[in-house]
Structure formats: C-alpha cells, structure tokens
Design a binder for this molecule. Structure first.
Ligand code: GRF
Length: 205
C-alpha cells in the first residue's frame, strides 16, 4: 500500500479528491500525513475529518527558507512516505536535500497545460491570454518552477468561459479526476524519467 504525504496550503479540494479516491478504493494507498504552511487552511479540517495526522510548518518559524524544507523532509522521512503530492501547496520547494532524497517522488498538479502559464493564477493567465484550450498538468517536481518532467496532461476547452473564475471551476473538476488517476497509478507501477520524458512501467512488466 502506497504511503502518501500531501502538502497543501489552502482549500484542499485536490487533497479531498485523494481522500475520496482512497475511500472508494480507486487508490490503493493511505495518506500518512498532511503538511501545511497555513494554520487556517481548510485542508486541515478535511484531514481531521478523516483522521489524517497534520503537521503545520510555518515560514515565520524559520530564519532561513531552506530550513523550512528541511523540517518538511524530516516529517516525510519520519512517516516513510513513498509519494509526496503537492496539492495547492503555494511555496516552491528549495532545499537540495529534500529534492535529492525524494527525486521523482514528488508530484504537483497545475491548472494549465504546461509549459504555458507557469506560476500563480494560471487560470487567470489563460483567460486573459484568450486561449481556447487550457487544461491540467501533473508533473514531477524538480528545481524549476512548474518545469519538471510531465506525467499527465489533459486539455480543457475554455473558449466559452466568461471569467477567470469560470475557467478555474471548469479545470478544477478535471483536476480532481486526473489527480486520482495519477496517484492511483503509483500503486500500479513505476515511472521512469529520462530527460524530460516520463514513461510508465506497470508492475510485473
Ligand atoms: C488547484 O487549482 C491546483 O491545481 C493549484 O492550486 C489549486 C488548489 O486547489 N496548484 P485546492 O486547494 O486543491 O482546492
């Protein structure tokens, strides 16, 4: 069974999607810890409702940014996680120790078709750019901003959306399904990363 650690900063609807996927047996795994940088994140309530341990790691308690990531690494190590999911975690992981020891074990969900519209408010960026198609990307996390090897992408038509909020809502529904699918795949095989290319190898193959 896959031991999953989730990092989230806010609402946590993607975190909830993973919880739901586990509860309905779509995902053969267990969330062993939720780590958040925001003590008022709604994700904390969701964790409590599902008996998932919560660790709050706040930026203000560390004089150096990297030390915050080292504390996160310590919590992940202690919980023996196999997979780390950034589900609306609004900080960039910077510490080399963390990235090196969890290489190709950290994934992020991004609400656009990368490499278009990296960074924050990707849905607003896409809406303002007037693109007709945006989407969902799930990728491995590396040292770059939203630039790690891409695991999964799905297009979402947004050409008739009348606001950035409408774009966000439409994409979010697809994020939840995509994230469940990708997280569940980690229990069914492994990913090989060669350069920018990612290949899935099913168990037993
Ligand atoms: C999602 O749109 C996700 O793609 C992005 O941040 C948002 C988080 O939403 N990285 P939620 O907290 O999962 O509801």
């Amino acid at each position: 069974m896959l031991k999953i650690g989730v990092l989230a900063s806010g609402r946590g609807s993607n975190f909830q999607a993973i919880i739901d996927g586990i509860n309905n047996k779509e995902i053969d795994g267990r969330i062993v810890v939720l780590i958040t940088d925001n003590p008022s994140a709604m994700a904390i309530e969701r964790a409590k409702n599902n008996n998932i341990p919560v660790s709050i790691v706040e930026r203000k308690n560390f004089s150096i940014r990297e030390e915050m990531d080292i504390e996160i690494k310590r919590i992940l190590d202690k919980n023996n996680v196999d997979l780390i999911v950034l589900a609306g975690y609004m900080r960039i992981l910077r510490a080399k120790e963390l990235l090196d020891s969890y290489r190709w074990k950290i994934i992020n969900i991004h609400p656009a078709l990368l490499p278009s519209f990296r960074g924050e408010q990707a849905q607003k960026q896409a809406f303002e750019h007037g693109v007709k198609v945006s989407g969902v990307t799930i990728h491995f996390v590396d040292e770059t901003l939203d630039g790690g090897p891409i695991i999964y992408q799905e297009p979402v038509y947004i050409g008739d959306c009348e606001s950035a909020e409408e774009v966000s809502e439409r994409i979010l529904k697809r994020e939840h399904k995509a994230l469940k699918k990708v997280v569940s795949s980690f229990a069914k095989g492994r990913y090989i990363v060669e350069g920018k290319k990612v290949k899935f190898v099913p168990n037993g193959a």
